[in-house]
Design a protein around this ligand. Structure first.
Ligand code: ZN
Length: 260
């Protein structure tokens, strides 16, 4: 490579890094964002439809309504917050949807684009609206922080041999669909279940606490919820815990932050 070529190559790379760097609200962490939010939203929409069609909706009307009500309150708090901060672009194109699915699995997720699902299995850890708000705030935070796109990039490297997303979508559409689901902690049948990184978890915990408090829920419930989850993990661990590791550190942090 000639010197000139090398310089222009480095310049291109630098430009690419600059345009693909974004800042996470609240924590201010700089993140590399290679996959556009619009692409993640499209993939999430497909993954979500697949998940919803494979799992029946809960027939419990009042519990479904509770989950939706808490979700709507947190969503409007989040939208207000992002607007105040001039960061509404974080949720551009989001089309929120909340469903309660009938499954023993103790799990919940929010995919990019605002596609939220709670499984009835997690409801036994949620005796109050405050507890639902803990899970809801945390999962919505993952979506607002675009953790799915970051994880997707990592997984393309480890699972698809570093191929580009476009190429993978063309050649291995099933793999891409499964990786998308796995990016949001939806393991389903594929066996790819990557725990969220500590950075992502801490970020989602902090943002989630702030969102639930803004929506009028009690942030002190967060540590109690995780204690219940940890106690319930003896025997068959709730799925949520396997993608959300290190609950002891988490509980201590949540107690500290709830008092701030
Ligand atoms: Zn999480």
């Amino acid at each position: 490579m000639t010197r000139l070529k090398r310089i222009s190559y480095s310049f291109l790379l630098l430009q690419l890094l600059l345009i693909s760097c974004k800042t996470v609200p609240i924590t201010g962490r700089k993140q590399l964002s290679i996959i556009p939010s619009s692409t993640m939203q499209q993939l999430s929409e497909e993954g979500y439809r697949q998940q919803i069609s494979n799992t029946p909706l809960s027939s419990n009307k009042s519990e479904t309504e509770r989950v939706k009500r808490v979700g709507r309150k947190i969503i409007s708090a989040v939208e207000k917050y992002l607007q105040q901060e001039g960061q509404s672009n974080r949720i551009a194109g989001f089309n929120w949807e909340i469903n309660l699915l009938e499954s023993k699995e103790a799990n919940a997720f929010c995919m990019e684009g605002g596609k939220i699902a709670f499984y009835t299995g997690i409801m036994k850890y949620c005796p109050s609206d405050d507890a639902i708000a803990v899970v809801m705030g945390h999962e919505i935070a993952h979506a607002i922080a675009h953790h799915g796109g970051e994880r997707m990039s990592q997984m393309l490297v480890t699972q698809a041999g570093g191929t580009t997303l476009n190429l993978a979508m063309r050649n291995q559409p099933n793999l891409v669909r499964n990786l998308t689901l796995a990016s949001y902690g939806v393991g389903s049948q594929v066996g790819v279940l990557l725990p969220f990184s500590r950075t992502h978890e801490t970020e989602a915990d902090r943002m989630g606490l702030i969102f639930m408090k803004m929506a009028g829920y009690n942030p002190h419930e967060a540590a109690r919820f995780w204690e219940r989850m940890a106690a319930g993990s003896k025997g068959s661990p709730p799925k949520w815990l396997s993608t959300h590791p290190d609950h002891q550190t988490r509980i201590e942090n949540l107690k500290k932050w709830a008092n701030e």
